[in-house]
Design a protein around this ligand. Structure first.
Ligand SMILES: [Zn+2]
Length: 312
């Protein structure tokens, strides 16, 4: 079952979230975790693991600067947060939320292997997307020309990532870049926060053909809860997206990518609502799919992709 008793608390939800703007939510909005729900880190229902996204929210922001700020976040909330580096970290009997720092479209000083290694080992970066909402030196976002190919530096980066522990996220990328990256990169890929474009006509979503391609490629797809992406952001709408992702990409491909942190959410704005969605998935499609959606698919992806130990 997806609702598992833990440490005497029967309300704990076991889940992994592929995408939250945690640093921005804490540092730029309210100085705390209140917008994640009243008991996000100290109470009943925090996530087991979260991809914690860093993005170029101001013109002067840099990846290294954001990673330093994220390290401070971890340090100042060390009783509630921890870093995930290895499979052993993932499996540790530790009730704190494990974080996987993620770059959404930041410029890298170089895509040479030693720079990628340094981002992993010294700066704790765990994954990256080639773009955020704008063109980068690597490629074009979904708001740019959908037919524009990856740039040479983008191809070089995607190839280099295949030999790096850093994971690749294709969220925000334009359609041509998406398909080119799948051709260049053999390991399973993430699309950390997205939805079905056939249900909500918005360029940030994935087409049915892209969903099938991800199913063939071992992709993991996080369903975002933003009202812009789900109509009103309701549980019923989210269920339709879950069903379509499963039907086209397979039941091993669907996961949560809430996008909590900065965006104003609709019905799916906190952990209580998430529990309602998981109950609805279980009622409609069975407890096994609810468990896959909430936890197991992301756990399997991480346990296959993370280093086993610290000797990386
Ligand atoms: Zn994003």
């Amino acid at each position: 079952m997806y609702l598992v008793p833990a440490r005497g608390d029967s309300r704990k939800i076991r889940f992994i979230d592929l995408h939250q703007d945690m640093l921005s939510g804490v540092s730029r909005l309210d100085g705390g975790f209140s917008m994640y729900g009243s008991n996000y880190l100290t109470g009943a229902s925090h996530a087991s693991a979260v991809w914690s996204s860093l993005y170029p929210h101001t013109p002067g922001s840099s990846l290294i600067g954001e990673l330093h700020a994220h390290r401070e976040l971890l340090g100042s909330h060390s009783s509630s947060l921890r870093l995930i580096t290895t499979v052993a970290d993932l499996d540790a009997d530790d009730s704190r939320t494990g974080l996987l720092p993620h770059s959404e479209g930041f410029h890298l000083s170089s895509v040479e292997p030693d720079v990628l290694d340094s981002l992993w080992t010294e700066h704790s970066l765990r994954s990256l997307a080639l773009t955020w909402n704008h063109e980068t030196e690597y490629g074009y976002s979904c708001y740019d020309d959908g037919a524009a190919p990856l740039k040479p530096a983008g191809r070089q980066l995607v190839r280099a990532l295949e030999h790096s522990p850093l994971m690749l996220d294709l969220a925000h990328l334009n359609d041509a870049g998406f398909y080119e990256a799948l051709e260049l990169y053999a390991p399973p890929v993430l699309v950390t926060h997205t939805f079905c474009r056939a249900l909500t006509d918005h360029p940030r979503g994935l087409t049915d053909d892209q969903l099938r391609a991800l199913g063939d490629h071992g992709g993991l797809i996080g369903l975002a809860f933003d009202p812009d992406f789900l109509g009103q952001g309701s549980i019923d709408e989210a269920l339709r997206h879950v069903e379509r992702i499963v039907s086209l990409a397979g039941e091993g491909a669907v996961s949560i990518g809430s996008d909590w942190g900065v965006v104003t959410m609709g019905e799916l704005g906190d952990h209580e609502a998430l529990a309602g969605l998981l109950a609805a998935v279980a009622a409609g499609y069975g407890a096994d799919l609810a468990e896959r959606f909430a936890f197991a698919n992301a756990y399997d992806f991480l346990s296959a992709g993370l280093p086993v130990d610290y000797a990386v």
